[in-house]
Design a protein around this ligand. Structure first.
Ligand SMILES: Nc1ncnc2c1ncn2[C@@H]1O[C@H](COP(=O)(O)OP(=O)(O)OP(=O)(O)O)[C@@H](O)[C@H]1O
Length: 231
């Protein structure tokens, strides 16, 4: 299992809880994370990315707990995360922004610089590598965010609503890129696009507040929701 949540509790403020006790083994391969607005998809990805720290319980990647002493840098090198909003760093070109992300992950300056171009090419942004991020479109900037997760060869890539707000052409393009990324590692994507899950994903996790209503193959989701309805 790529990412496991064991008895995780988390709230943004004292006295509030998004999760009181989350137990979940995210399936291997390409997984869609779905659920109603505000149910905690972004929070779950933030916890998986180690950007948020559980109040109780633990999150781990193949047994590696990011918050145990000395693990954080290694964990973050293995688990890449694209948050919902990708911000352009002032004055930096796409290549510089992606290279900077690699350097922050512990890569040498030279390696990060070389790999930044490869990562941009993987998301079809090679032609704008030397353009300042602030001048890119929303969809292109989203792909810069994706390249930031690829530059250091993460084994798990977490994408928070990567296609939200994109026009149909950009969305289609993004889907193709996501499918290619899924071939080289594990992918967990939060999304509201539930129409063609089987085309892009192997598994789906349905979240509803603290409850995981379903975690398994996309093909089993229909039967699971039928039996839930009958209860
Ligand atoms: N930075 C924050 N500070 C305080 N509360 C927050 C913060 N981010 C999220 N929340 C709250 O935590 C809960 C879960 O939010 P989260 O963004 O994880 O849900 P989501 O399923 O990703 O929603 P959406 O589908 O609308 O993106 C919500 O009640 C939300 O209001």
């Amino acid at each position: 299992m790529p990412i496991s949540f064991e008895g995780c509790a988390f709230g943004y403020r004292r006295g509030t809880r998004v999760f009181t006790r989350l137990d979940l083994d995210v399936p291997a391969g390409r997984t869609a994370l779905i659920g109603p607005n505000g149910c905690g998809k972004s929070t779950l990805l933030g916890l998986a990315a180690s950007a948020l720290r559980p109040r109780a319980g633990r999150v781990s990647y193949q047994g590696l707990d990011p918050f145990r002493r000395g693990n954080l840098a290694r964990y973050r090198a293995l688990v890449g995360w694209m948050p919902q909003r990708v911000r352009p760093l002032p004055g930096l070109t796409a290549r510089e922004q992606v290279g900077y992300a690699g350097w922050l992950m512990g890569m040498s300056h030279g390696l990060a610089w070389r790999r930044s171009l490869e990562a941009l090419e993987a998301v079809e942004l090679g032609p704008v590598a030397d353009t300042r991020c602030a001048e890119l479109s929303g969809g292109q900037l989203r792909r810069v965010g994706l390249a930031q997760t690829l530059v250091h060869d993460a084994e798990v890539v977490l994408l928070d609503e990567p296609t939200a707000g994109l026009d149909p052409e950009q969305r289609e393009r993004f889907r193709g890129i996501v499918a290619r990324i899924g071939e080289r590692g594990h992918l967990i994507v939060s999304t509201h696009e539930t129409a063609d899950l089987a085309e892009t994903y192997d598994s789906v996790v349905v979240l509803d507040g603290d409850r995981v209503r379903y975690a398994g193959p996309v093909a089993g989701l229909g039967a699971a929701s039928e039996s839930t309805r009958k209860v």
